[in-house]
Write a protein that binds this ligand. Structure first.
Ligand SMILES: Cc1cc2nc3c(=O)[nH]c(=O)nc-3n(C[C@H](O)[C@H](O)[C@H](O)COP(=O)(O)OP(=O)(O)OC[C@H]3O[C@@H](n4cnc5c(N)ncnc54)[C@H](O)[C@@H]3O)c2cc1C
Length: 432
């Protein structure tokens, strides 16, 4: 049977890979490089548009638990991330080019894959289809989806951090260290004393911003522009991305620290952690060159800001990312209201598992709410008038009534998730 997967981003490649492994013919539509989005820069599959980090790999963290669950289904994102991994302490970060190349070559090994390099806009309700076109979905498809859902798209704004040329960083000033010395010393740290921080803060507050069309300060909390965060107070950055705790140098704690994360295997590129911005490019350059050790830094990619769309999925999707009134249609990835690279990939994997279940049994088999992948699906399909996209976190799961220490609570969530997943896998396997 033929299945259409629309979009070769994080969610689309996961869905395609799972369905190919199950023996389906997959038509994978991707409009890039023929038609680009405002954020993507290449025609690569699963391009990481901003940070190269897939965040924590610690199972006692929401996104770490999600990764653990995805690995049980041989997630292509997780397999490729292993191949493309670059050092980043306890986080999982990748060389973005190797990551995309690995994904593409894994997909191309299936004869039943057809890649259609074009804009997709007409949905045929008789063909099982997963739409995974992301926050920057092409307008023609948005129009088609708008008429199926009879609703306005929701949106928020998301920003990208700048990337620097690693050879232009002054390592006489900066130093290598991971926070609390966890893992290897993978980050480059730019230390600031109080005076430097205050000068930097004043410059940031008075820097020119790019006027973004339709911008109503509706930004995603987890990817907030550095200038918006700074507006919350003089010390907000020091408790956020510029936090110096655990980054002491020779026993002394700087007043604030800007961290740089390795962006490629060759160590030629570094991105500035938590520095997503929509300042004008000259303002970014001036500000970055005020940072100790970055006075001569050359900027390979400037930060930018984009409008992200998502559907009001809580009204139209069930717990299997399936459109309630059009069962051959599934929506995955950021368009469905999940947020983040890993979450988008996980929802693509989940949608493919559900589509396979639906085609075999006539109904989806949602993951238990006690798993992270299931808790995310429940969040995007439970009525909620003020629905906003959400990263994977333990708050999506049912709370525990008994009082517990934070570490014990996390351990409880993780054990409960593991048990729920193992029962689910047994049930799902009886259908194969
Ligand atoms: C500017 C920006 C910065 C972000 N930064 C981060 C970050 O640092 N960390 C993080 O975890 N998340 C980040 N996100 C959020 C999110 O994780 C990414 O957008 C992620 O790529 C979403 O995955 P996806 O598969 O849903 O969509 P995408 O990865 O965007 O994939 C969708 C694909 O569909 C294609 N497409 C669109 N319309 C059509 C069409 N009609 N026909 C054919 N193809 C089409 C696109 O070209 C694209 O390749 C960011 C998002 C944006 C927009």
């Amino acid at each position: 049977m033929k299945i259409k997967v629309i979009g070769a981003g994080l969610a689309g490649v996961e869905a395609a890979y799972y369905l190919l492994k199950k023996g389906y013919q997959v038509d994978l539509y991707e409009m890039r490089p023929k038609v680009m989005t405002p954020a993507h820069r290449t025609g690569d599959f699963a391009e990481l548009v901003c940070s190269n980090s897939l965040r924590s790999d610690d199972i006692f963290n929401g996104v770490g638990l999600l990764k653990h669950e995805m690995r049980q289904f041989d997630s292509i994102t997780m397999l490729s991330a292993e191949v493309a991994q670059v050092p980043a302490g306890s986080s999982l970060a990748v060389d973005r080019t190797i990551f995309s190349e690995t994904i593409k070559s894994m997909l191309l090994s299936f004869e039943k894959l057809s890649i259609i390099e074009d804009v997709f806009s007409q949905i045929d309700e008789n063909i099982p289809t997963i739409i995974a076109t992301g926050p920057l979905t092409h307008k023609d498809l948005m129009t088609s989806l708008g008429s199926i859902f009879k609703q306005e798209f929701l949106h928020f704004f998301d920003a990208v951090s700048p990337i620097l040329d690693g050879t232009t960083i002054d390592m006489n000033v900066c130093y290598l260290k991971s926070r609390y010395d966890k893992g290897d010393a993978d980050y480059i740290n730019c230390p600031m004393d109080k005076e430097t921080y205050l000068r930097f803060y004043d410059a940031l507050m008075s820097s020119d911003k790019v006027e973004v069309k339709d911008f109503e300060n509706n930004v995603f909390e987890g990817c907030m522009p550095v200038e918006t965060m700074a507006e919350r107070g003089i010390d907000t950055l020091r408790f956020g991305p510029l936090k110096p705790v655990g980054l002491e140098k020779d026993g002394e704690r700087p007043y604030a620290v800007i961290q740089l994360r390795q962006d490629d295997v060759g160590k030629t590129m570094y991105n500035i952690v938590g520095f997503q911005t929509h300042l004008t490019w000259p303002a970014q350059k001036k500000l970055i060159q005020m940072i100790p050790g970055l006075e001569q830094a050359s900027i390979i990619r400037y930060g930018v800001m984009h409008k992200n769309h998502y559907i009001h999925s809580t009204e139209v999707l069930n717990g299997g990312y399936q459109v309630k009134h059009q069962p051959n249609l599934f929506i995955a990835g950021q368009l469905s209201g999940v947020e983040g690279y890993v979450e988008s990939a996980a929802s693509g994997l989940n949608a493919a598992i559900q589509l396979d279940q639906y085609l075999k049994t006539g109904h989806v088999l949602p993951f238990p709410k006690d798993t992270m992948i299931g808790a995310m699906a429940r969040y995007v399909s439970t009525p909620n008038r003020s629905f906003v996209p959400m990263n994977a976190n333990f708050g999506l799961m049912d709370a525990i009534e008994t009082k517990m220490k934070k570490t014990d609570r996390k351990a409880f969530y993780v054990n409960r998730a593991k048990e729920a997943m193992s029962s689910y896998m047994k049930e799902a396997m009886t259908i194969d």
